[in-house]
Structure formats: structure tokens, C-alpha cells
Design a protein around this ligand. Structure first.
Ligand code: DGI
Ligand code: FE
Ligand code: FE
Length: 192
């Protein structure tokens, strides 16, 4: 499947704005793949399909999580979390993508997880820093991404968690475990 075909497959599942975001994630992920030594095509495919389930029916996704996925704890947290693991499932079963590395990168793109692969890190970060994103602090993360993927991810997690706390949202434990991992893992690399 070439890039154009993949984009045509995802397009009907997205709004116009979300499609523009997806193209931004794709371009950013390809750039990061080339910089950090990931296979370009894997980054491209994972990025194109990362938000495949963004607008799926929430009840359909809840049922899928209950019956088929190993993350039923997400049902106690924000519905925003559903589209990542459910997206990986739908992309496998509806699009026919079988590469486990790509499927895992889609599944973990909202919360991250400790010990992410390079591909997972690239998709997690590209989703946050793609050119259409305007959240406060994004520019600092873009700058860090040029030199240190892990520090960029730590800053991004700080921003996301701070944002969620400011909205008094619950924090999914895996989001916090990811944050803890990157704090430990980058210790010593920040100028204090
Ligand atoms: O799908 P996108 O909008 O491109 O981005 P995303 O998949 O990273 O995130 C969707 C939302 O999920 C975003 O607003 C932040 C939120 N989120 C991430 N971790 C948590 C969370 N929301 C809650 N309530 N708890 C979390 O731990
Ligand atoms: Fe998403
Ligand atoms: Fe996204």
C-alpha cells in the first residue's frame, strides 16, 4: 500500500481537520524516523492510521475493550483513551495491517507506555508536535525533539499532565507510569 492509498483509506473515517492533523503527524513522523533511524515506511503507516478510530461509536469501542482487548481498566477513565487501543484492533482487522510494531505504536499513542520502542516514541511525539498543533509549550517540545527524543517526550508528558490536572481530569495510571519512566530515564540530562 502506498502513501496515497493509505491516506484514501483513512480519510472517510476522519473530519477534515483531523485529516489535516493526520497528514501533519505523517510528515513529522517521517522526519523523526529519518533523523533517529527508524524505517520510514513504518513511521508513515503508523502515523496515517494512528487516529483511525477517533470518531468511532464510544459504546462499540467499550464493548470491544470488554470483549477482546487487554486494557479493560481504561473503561474507568476518559473516553478519549478508547480510540488508541481500539484503533489498533480495527486497523488490523479492517485494513489488514499485521506489523505488530505498527499496531503497538497506534495502541500506545495517547498514553505512551514505559519502555516504548523507537517507533512508538516517534508516533507519540509526532502526534503532539505536528505543525498544526498550537497548545502552550509545544514549541519547546519541538525544539527538544531536534536533539533528544526522550527529553522531548518528558516535556510533552509534563505539559499534558499539567493540562489535565488544570481541567481536573482523572489521570490514567499508564500515563503516570510513562511519565515516571521518562523522569527516571532522563535523570541527569537536564541542565538544572
Ligand atoms: O487524538 P489526538 O487528539 O490527536 O491526541 P491524543 O490521542 O494524544 O489524545 C487525546 C486526548 O487524550 C488528549 O486530550 C489528552 C487525553 N489524555 C491523555 N492521557 C490522558 C488523557 N485524558 C485523561 N483524562 N487521562 C489521561 O491519562
Ligand atoms: Fe489520538
Ligand atoms: Fe492524533
Amino acid at each position: 500500500m502506498d502513501q496515497k492509498q493509505a491516506l484514501e483509506l483513512v480519510k472517510p473515517h476522519l473530519t477534515e481537520g483531523r485529516y489535516i492533523h493526520t497528514v501533519g503527524v505523517m510528515e513529522t513522523a517521517i522526519f523523526l524516523a529519518e533523523q533517529y533511524g527508524e524505517v520510514r515506511k513504518k513511521a508513515e503507516t503508523a502515523a496515517i492510521f494512528h487516529d483511525y478510530a477517533k470518531y468511532r461509536d464510544k459504546n462499540e469501542m467499550r464493548e470491544l475493550v470488554k470483549e477482546k482487548l487487554e486494557c479493560s481498566d481504561i473503561l474507568d477513565y476518559s473516553d478519549e483513551l478508547l480510540h488508541a487501543p481500539c484503533g489498533a484492533y480495527f486497523v488490523e482487522h479492517e485494513i489488514g495491517i499485521t506489523d505488530q510494531g505498527i499496531l503497538t505504536a497506534i495502541a500506545s499513542h495517547t498514553t505512551g507506555q514505559p519502555n516504548m520502542s523507537l517507533l512508538e516514541k516517534i508516533i507519540f511525539l509526532a502526534d503532539y508536535i505536528e505543525p498544526n498543533r498550537k497548545m502552550p509549550g509545544v514549541e519547546e517540545v519541538r525544539e527538544l525533539s531536534k536533539t533528544n527524543l526522550d527529553l522531548a517526550i518528558l516535556k510533552m508528558l509534563e505539559n499534558t499532565i499539567t493540562f489535565l490536572v488544570s481541567k481536573r481530569q482523572t489521570l490514567y495510571p499508564l500515563t503516570l507510569e510513562t511519565y515516571n519512566h521518562f523522569v527516571r530515564h532522563t535523570e541527569g540530562s537536564f541542565d538544572k
